[in-house]
Design a protein around this ligand. Sequence first.
Ligand SMILES: Nc1ncnc2c1ncn2[C@@H]1O[C@H](COP(=O)(O)OP(=O)(O)O)[C@@H](O)[C@H]1O
Ligand SMILES: [Mg+2]
Length: 387
Amino acid sequence: MPQSNPPPDRPPIVVAGAHDLEAAILKRQLEGIAELELVETALAREWARERRPQIALLVMDHQRDEIVALCRMLAADGVACIMVSRDRDPDTILLAMRSGARDFAYLEGEDSDVRRAVTAIPAEAPAARPHRGVVLAVFGSKGGVGATTLATNLAGALCEAEPQHRTVILDVDAQLGDVLTFLDVPSRYAWSELRANLARLDDELVHRSLTEHESGIRVVAQAGDPEDADLIDAAAVTETIAFLRQHYDYVIVDGLRDFRETSLAALDAADRVLLAMTQDVPALKNASRCLGVFRRLGYGGDKVAVVVNRFQKRAKLDLDTIVDALGVGIDATVANDFTTVHAAIDQGTLLVKSAPHSHVTEDVRDLVRFLGVTRRARRRSWFGRAQ
Ligand SMILES: Nc1ncnc2c1ncn2[C@@H]1O[C@H](COP(=O)(O)OP(=O)(O)O)[C@@H](O)[C@H]1O
Ligand SMILES: [Mg+2]
């Protein structure tokens, strides 16, 4: 094989799912282009989060489900994933693409397909990838449990705790999202517009362009034409979150209400998923189903937190019953206070401002502390078994 390429100037490429034979093939194909780091599939995401490779080569042939899940997670973290397989079945290629892969390459063949796929990705200076913010996704176990209330006020409490840091809310419900209404702000820079300009925006320009709430929180939403919602697909969600976390310390995601591909893209990208529920049977049943899906997606107890909103001590469905039904602990409760919450929404303001001393606001602050994403002390899970 001709070696006309200059010596490797790329950072090491992470390889997962490869047995010895595949590792040897990949090494041969990429000689002179990049060093390879072989990593165990189960450890690959952690490894990538620390070392932040630009490219991952994922061999699908041995542990297909694990590799597909890994691909979704790495893609959500902004890693360019190339799925690699001996299998030339179009369904395999489709599966790879649906998992967020940038490219698909045949493992074997005289045409050095892996080499082609890697060199097609332009080398990127490590300095071009600034710090990463924390992504918190709020998922309502059913409509009306208070997901948007929690998302917006969580953002408010984060701003209060760390005013020096920047917070953005992404409303992934491109059709009927509520965030702009809750904050009473007109959309200044629609999501589709932001997406079209991702490559050229720098830190300040992003911050100045995005829709701003009086609290300083920025909002990315696709308001206006529900037809435009089609512009927002799973790739848009992944790209936008990867982009926002480069520019913001906290990215709060609201508008998740199902397990379609756009939602999965957001959930995968999240560092923490807050499953919001209320003390009623439909919300509990759905919460249980959601936890099952999260488990199947490979999310551990350290990723998922259960939050009981509109909490009332004397409700018929008490916390012990909920813990028993779910089989996991409840991580936080937020008090039921319709008057205070409703007034805040009505005024387009946040609880930390409109009702700084109320119980419900204290609970949201506690939730922020529990999440342990700020420098304040982490609070332990209150009820039930450790997750
Ligand atoms: N902690 C709370 N106490 C009382 N009412 C609440 C609370 N959280 C939310 N609500 C009310 O519940 C309704 C639905 O909230 P919303 O955030 O829109 O839910 P979702 O986004 O899950 O559909 C809103 O009218 C809001 O005022
Ligand atoms: Mg909502």
